[in-house]
Ligand binder design. Structure first.
Ligand code: FES
Length: 315
């Protein structure tokens, strides 16, 4: 701020006077224009780096750096564009009494600094490029999942095998024991994991689907807990109960794996089981309802999911 004339005493100021006591003149027009134009170009370049980087899967430092550059340059560009609008002046003006009309603003006669209109359009265009680049994260989400979250990889005729690829036969399962298994061509697929159990304490009871029980005592259920998706893996043979170790949900295996304790909102889905010509366990189709946590849309999907043939009929 440059020094103005010496500050006058209040009693010396006439009512119509406006005394400038300090002022900072705007920097030269060419300098400001170049700074604002450079900020607009950097904004557009950063926005393009962000959008294109997201679309082509560039490293995070590339598109993140582009976004940071664009936002900083845009903010600085607007700041410099509007800061030069008026010269900065500190002045003293006598105030009329309370209730008097303010006939004239103190800076009413101060002219605006001239401004080239194309700079405003340049900044607006750069902001538009940056705005368009925000469509890239949406496009990078990829195709909609469709019903992939409702389905697993169990298909009619898929062999039930252990993690080592050995087909599971009913006679291999001791009473009161469990085997974790997958479809033969999808070993290790999380959502398709099942627990095959030979009941011991009592036989299957409604609402268990008896058509999906082998040897009158062998059943299979999804291994994914319907509370928060932990793998259910603890079995208590004295009362045929499955436990989830995460929050102690307890499922009654003899009664369609209905939850009898804990936070699980619905039963573990039962896998339709059958036998192939070699006497090994096979699936008769996919689960009859979505596996995993029972959040809102999954709960609705449980009611709406289309079923495939007899194997998919609800009990
Ligand atoms: S995830 Fe199984 S009880 Fe919470």
């Amino acid at each position: 701020m440059t020094d103005g004339p010496e500050r006058p005493r209040p009693e010396d100021i006439e009512e119509e006077d406006l005394y400038v006591v300090g002022q900072r003149l705007p920097e030269p027009q060419e300098v400001r224009d170049r700074v604002v134009a450079a900020a607009a170009v950097l904004t557009a370049v950063g926005g393009l780096a962000f959008g294109v980087g997201m679309l082509v899967g560039a490293p995070r430092t590339v598109y993140g750096g582009g976004l940071a550059l664009a936002l900083l340059a845009l903010a600085y560009g607007f700041h410099r564009y509007f800061r030069g609008e008026y010269p900065e002046i500190v002045a003293i003006e006598p105030r009329p009494g309370v209730g008097a009309e303010d006939e004239e603003e103190p800076y009413g006669d101060v002219p605006k600094a001239p401004r080239r209109s194309f700079l405003g359009w340049l900044l607006a265009g750069a902001a538009g490029v940056l705005g368009l680049s925000f469509a890239a994260p949406v496009a990078s989400l990829g195709p909609a999942p469709g019903d992939a979250l409702r389905r697993t990889l169990w298909r009619e005729g898929a062999r039930v095998v252990t993690g080592g690829g050995r087909p599971v036969r009913p006679e291999d399962i001791e009473p009161g024991s469990i085997v974790t298994a997958w479809p033969e061509d999808a070993i290790g697929h999380e959502r398709s994991a099942v627990i095959v159990i030979r009941l011991q304490a009592r036989g299957p009871e409604p609402p268990t689907n008896p058509d999906w029980v082998i040897d009158e005592m062998v059943v299979a259920y999804s291994k994914i807990c319907t509370h928060a998706g932990c793998p259910v893996g603890l079995f208590r043979e004295v009362d045929d109960s499955l436990f989830c170790p995460c929050h102690q949900a307890t499922f009654d295996v003899a009664r369609a794996a209905e939850p009898v304790f804990g936070p699980a909102p619905r039963p573990l889905p039962q896998l339709p089981l059958g036998l192939d010509d070699d006497g090994a366990l096979v699936a008769l189709g996919d689960f009859h309802e979505p596996v995993g946590p029972g959040y809102g849309w999954l709960q609705r999907a449980r009611e709406d999911i289309p079923l495939d043939g007899e194997a998919g009929e609800r009990s």
